[in-house]
Design a protein around this ligand. Structure first.
Ligand code: COA
Length: 142
């Protein structure tokens, strides 16, 4: 498996949108609007590959000079639980550190809170709903 940053608007980006749709949106009966995808052009896009197959992905969205928000963390259904998500988190954290950021936050689905806690993230908000699911904001100082 290899991890790398990918570029907005490329065939790899389209692969990423498809993976995110399959794992994060389609099960909820939701999709992506062109406006939503347009807003991703300045984000840091990360994906794990096995040859040409994309195994998982996430995005880092700049919030301010110190903080990035992790979004759209997803691993292909048949590959979950094999350490791919952990590798993506570790790659994302190293990239964030290299770029000088000090904090990572995310809007974690409640079902994924245990995953982020494994990497030292803490819940810092009350519950709220996003994409019709309960979420909490989580944070980690790098
Ligand atoms: C959540 C997700 C990204 C985790 O990736 P993964 O490749 O399955 O996770 P890993 O195999 O790397 O797991 C790393 C550790 O976290 C644990 N873990 C994984 N998913 C977990 C979860 N949902 N809740 C609690 N712990 C979890 C694993 O047991 C493992 O623990 P260990 O190191 O003690 O063995 C992946 O399961 C996924 O895509 N889920 C569906 C989409 C989703 O919920 N995304 C997050 C939106 S906020």
């Amino acid at each position: 498996m290899g991890l790398k940053q990918i570029d907005y608007g490329t065939p790899e980006y389209m692969q990423m949108v498809k993976l995110r749709y399959n794992i994060l949106r389609q099960p909820l009966g939701l999709g992506f609007s062109p406006e939503e995808l347009e807003q991703e052009k300045d984000d840091i896009l990360i994906a794990a590959f096995d040859d040409d197959e994309m195994l998982g992905c996430c995005m880092l969205v700049p919030i301010d000079n110190n903080t990035l928000r992790v979004r759209q963390m997803a691993v292909n259904n048949n590959l979950q639980g094999k350490g791919i998500g952990a590798s993506i988190m570790s790659f994302a954290e190293n990239l964030a550190r290299d770029k000088g950021y000090r904090n990572l936050i995310m809007h974690a689905r409640d079902t994924a809170i245990g995953f982020y806690e494994k990497f030292g993230y803490h819940v810092i908000s009350d519950t709220f709903r996003e994409v019709n699911l309960p979420h909490h904001v989580m944070e980690k100082r790098l």
